[in-house]
Design a binder for this molecule. Structure first.
Ligand SMILES: [Zn+2]
Length: 447
């Protein structure tokens, strides 16, 4: 306990009062100038424009459409996406391939067994201690029209979801020119409109292979920032995240109830991380966090990952144009390439931070062995060699985002002179360059 007691003045000195809504990012005065500026500047709106136009010009990308036609249908679309991914990888470590699956008939939106192919490109991590961690950005390249079984009618799907597919392609292009500590995965899925099948098959295969997928950013309808009156809102994107994890079993639900951790799922911490990065990098598009898994009567590929316990969030525009969704009117004219580029920049920043930061500390916990009016937080050391220290964060139980932060250096425990009864606590790690991990929510333990 001596080390902890000695830490106390430091903890107090490092906990400036902040307005309740402030993100948990470090004070700007100590933050280095952004290292990400060149990466973000390399995102190209003109390429995004061309990608959305090209994808929409395949007429339909319906999962059950003709896979062999040269210029129309899902086969032509996936061959083009694969070629673009492979082109992005030339001269880099990025490797793209077709992930071939068979989706069996489901008696609903898949009437017969169908070949269902995802396009996936992997940029391996450059740090041995971090390379096993994977961060995925996904968009679905299939489309649909009003009748979900209509495989032939025009379904340009410009916003839904050529826009998200274009973001995935552009991120592959610009991020492949650098190396990151952890592994990045750029994924274009099929079968989303038929039941999230491409994402589910990819997620299941990754889980069966023992791959360590730490976060998924789903881009689905991300190109049109206009409201229903046509006025643009280019500074905003919604970010949906689940509270109670879909994958939580009975024991996990019981623990969540005990901790009152209904709003601290890994997906929720990922959403808060997105908000922190956006605030710190001053990105043109800022996330509007929605504490809900998805919209009513709608779903998306992030849910297929969350169902298997993988932290996942959905990015989507601030307004819903239901009159155009799933109709021939979902055309490129309603995609704002400049906005789409800003959406891609936000996610480039998030992915770069995730991949370069240490992993969230394991074993973050409050020591609740005895009644006490202060809070002892403990965690395990991260294994990345560039870890420079840890921060304890906390917030009122009624606050949606982390409010206070204490830099505790390389210590593996900290005693905060505040009651654990009235607050939530978490721990994150940072590296020598100031990259912070997402927060590991502190559970409760006897020691
Ligand atoms: Zn969609």
């Amino acid at each position: 306990m001596r080390a902890t007691t000695a830490l106390l003045p430091l903890v107090l000195a490092c906990t400036p009062a902040r307005p309740p809504a402030a993100p948990s990012a470090a004070p700007a005065a100590s933050a280095p100038p952004s290292r990400l500026a060149p990466l973000l500047a390399s995102v190209d709106a003109a390429r995004l424009r061309r990608d959305v136009d090209t994808l929409s010009a395949f007429g339909t990308r319906h999962t059950l459409s003709d896979g062999s036609h040269a210029t129309r249908g899902i086969g032509a679309a996936r061959r083009w996406i694969l070629a673009e991914m492979q082109h992005a990888g030339e001269g880099t470590a990025l490797r793209a391939e077709l992930e071939v699956h068979t989706q069996s008939a489901d008696g609903k939106r898949v009437p017969h067994d169908v070949e269902l192919d995802d396009v996936v490109a992997v940029l391996p991590g450059a740090m041995p201690e971090a390379a096993a961690r994977r961060y995925v950005v996904v968009g679905h390249y299939d489309s649909r029209t009003a009748d979900v079984m209509d495989a032939a009618g025009d379904a340009p799907g410009a916003n839904d979801d050529a826009s998200g597919t274009a973001v995935v392609l552009e991120l592959a292009r610009v991020m492949a020119r650098q190396r990151f500590d952890a592994t990045l995965v750029f994924l274009a899925t099929a079968g989303e409109e038929q039941g999230l099948y491409g994402a589910a098959l990819h997620a299941r295969a990754a889980k069966d292979a023992g791959l360590d997928v730490r976060a998924v950013l789903n881009d689905d309808i991300v190109g049109d920032p206009t409201d229903l009156a046509g006025a643009p809102h280019p500074g905003e994107i919604r970010v949906f995240s689940e509270g109670l994890p879909a994958a939580a079993d009975g024991a996990a639900i019981a623990e969540i109830r005990k901790l009152a951790a209904e709003s601290d799922s890994p997906s929720r911490e990922l959403a808060r991380f997105v908000a922190d990065v956006a605030a710190e990098e001053h990105t043109a598009v800022q996330p509007h966090l929605v504490f809900r898994a998805d919209r009513f009567l709608r779903g998306g590929d992030h849910l297929a990952f969350a169902a298997l316990g993988v932290p996942a969030v959905r990015f989507t525009t601030p307004f819903e144009h239901y009159d155009r969704q799933h109709t021939p009117a979902d055309v490129p004219a309603h995609v704002d390439a400049s906005y789409l580029a800003d959406v891609a920049r936000l996610q480039a920043a998030v992915l770069a931070r995730l991949a370069n930061a240490p992993a969230p500390p394991e074993g973050a916990r409050l020591v609740t062995a005895e009644l006490a009016n202060d809070t002892l937080v403990r965690w395990s050391a991260c294994k990345e060699p560039d870890v420079a220290g840890y921060e304890v964060v906390w917030r009122d139980t009624t606050s949606p985002t982390w409010q206070r932060v204490a830099d505790v250096g390389r210590a593996l425990e900290a005693r905060i002179p505040l009651s654990k009864d009235d607050r939530f606590f978490g721990v994150r790690a940072y590296d020598r360059d100031g990259n912070r991990s997402p927060v590991a929510f502190a559970k409760a333990a006897a020691q």
